[in-house]
Ligand binder design. Structure first.
Ligand code: 6PG
Length: 490
């Protein structure tokens, strides 16, 4: 059998690696795959039989390297951490060339990516290609965030553009990956140097955490306070899907609310244990924001909510011991009011969540001297990724108009946010009085109220710091900005 000319290789044929391989093959791109488990390789090869491109299985890294024409492009689809270094070392031992490209598609920490680029300099070219979209995205069109050498990116860009999700550049709506729409643009792009691709993906995940938590809080409020069934909540969310809340995570929410368990043939959701897992990117986002001194309370609250959720036994105990709030059933009119208020609260809190994420990216870019284009990043998220929503089109436009401004300074964002605020407050009042925890809704509104407060109480903090620690303070009546100390009576 004649051997196909392969364009790239993928190491790691787990769920993501395999779906990515099938995506390339379905676009007629031939590739080689390797996995420590030969069954995974065989499975990928078998699945590709009906596709336009060929997937060649390799039984060793040496075999993989002989299948690839130089300069080689090898994607790692492996768990973040030591597996990446081990693979690079093994590839070098197998004969990798200094011009060859190793492309890390995992959720790696950006500092580790930079360290790898430095460690392997002169031995191989190390590129980050963060991927979002889960297994469906990997198979049918992910969002891809690349960083490292721009020249290396140019080598793979045509392939990446082919398999990436596509968005309509006029309205931000996702399009099929193969589209003759002249406005279709691929959601794959060069983000910047170093590990900036992995950094941007991490912030994407932080936004994902807070967005998921918002939907979970909305669900809890409707269930506990509105006494609605899961099916009724799904029906309401379907109506919202037609408006500005349209988003992939809302699709997911509805799918989970409606799912029927295969084993018991009963609704799935009540069978799922209410303790959230996490792999760490939400915490990385929270830590990054703290280290940068940027307020991103939405992701902080979302990470904390996951931690509280995992304390199942304690929650069960305290649910019997701490005073609860009395709840009268809502009238139909009150329930209708709650729906309208909550829809607006969700819109407001969503805008704030993304705005915080872009603030963290902007601050990191400044600190690291990465020339990141925030509008282009927003555009990369318009299709394929988990946090895709048409609202990103408005955000991308705002970020393009004034890249240095906070998103809340944009007139169009203000026009969307302002009407939500009174109803957002009403939503919180309902939640607080019913004893429903709404941590992301609450912290995000506090963020807005903090930012629109011209005279903050930080003068009191500064006075206290000077009182007990002699930390000194600036005075309005001294434009020099000099620091002053008050002679506190002791
Ligand atoms: C994506 C997802 C993906 C993964 C998260 C899950 O963009 O495709 O974000 O990367 O599902 O990492 O993270 P947690 O397990 O921490 O929720």
């Amino acid at each position: 059998m004649p051997t196909a000319t392969v364009s790239l290789a993928i190491i790691g044929q787990g769920v993501m690696g395999q779906n990515l391989a099938l995506n390339f093959a379905s676009h007629g791109i031939n590739l080689s795959v390797f996995d420590l488990n030969p069954n995974h390789v065989e499975h990928s090869v078998a699945l590709s039989q009906s596709l336009d491109g060929t997937i060649l299985g390799a039984d060793s890294l040496c075999d993989l390297l002989t299948q690839l024409p130089p300069p080689r492009a090898i994607v790692l689809s492996l768990p973040a951490g030591n597996a990446i270094d081990a693979s690079c070392d093994a590839l070098l031992e197998a004969g990798l060339d200094r011009e060859d490209l190793v492309i890390d598609s995992g959720n790696c920490h950006w500092d580790d990516t930079l360290a790898r680029q430095q460690r392997y300099q002169g031995k191989l070219r190390f590129l980050a290609s963060a991927i979002s979209g889960g297994e469906v995205g990997a198979r049918h069109g992910p969002s891809l965030m690349i960083s490292g050498s721009f020249l290396a990116w140019q080598q793979i860009a045509p392939l990446w553009h082919t398999i990436a999700a596509k968005a309509d550049n006029r309205n931000g709506q996702p399009l099929p990956t193969v589209s003759d729409n002249p406005n279709a643009v691929p959601c794959a792009g060069y983000v910047g140097p170093d590990g900036s691709g992995h950094f941007v993906k991490t912030i994407h995940n932080g936004i994902e955490y807070a967005q998921m938590q918002l939907w979970a809080e909305a669900y809890q409020l409707l269930k506990q306070h509105g006494q609605m069934s899961n099916n009724a909540i799904a029906a309401l969310f379907k109506q919202w899907q037609l408006g500005p809340l349209q988003s992939y995570l809302l699709d997911c929410t509805i799918a989970v609310l409606e799912a029927i368990d295969e084993v018991t043939d009963t609704p799935l959701l009540p069978l799922i244990v209410d303790a959230a897992g996490q792999k760490g990117t939400g915490t990385w986002t929270a830590k990054a924001s703290l280290a940068l001194g940027v307020a991103a309370p939405s992701v902080h609250s979302a990470v904390a909510a996951r931690a509280i959720s995992s304390q199942k036994a304690l929650r069960q105990q305290l649910s019997q011991q701490l005073a609860s709030s009395s709840q009268a059933a809502l009238s139909a009119v009150e329930l209708q009011g709650l729906h309208s208020a909550l829809e607006q609260a969700l819109l407001g809190a969503t805008l704030i969540n993304y705005a915080q994420g872009f603030e963290v990216i902007a601050s990191q870019a400044q600190q690291q001297q990465w020339p990141l284009d925030l509008a282009a990043i927003a555009q990369l998220w318009r299709a394929g990724c988990i946090i895709r929503t048409p609202l990103l089109q408005t955000m991308a436009q705002a970020l393009a108009c004034d890249p240095d401004a906070h998103l809340l300074e944009d007139r169009k964002i203000q026009q969307r946010l302002n009407p939500t605020l009174p109803l957002w407050r009403r939503t919180l009042l309902a939640g607080i009085s019913a004893g429903v925890a709404l941590p992301v809704f609450s912290s995000a509104l506090a963020y807005v109220d903090g930012l629109r407060c011209a005279d903050s109480p930080a003068n009191l903090l500064q006075g206290m710091r000077d009182h007990f620690g002699g930390h000194r303070f600036r005075r309005y009546d001294d434009p020099s900005g000099a620091l002053h100390h008050h002679p506190w009576p002791r």
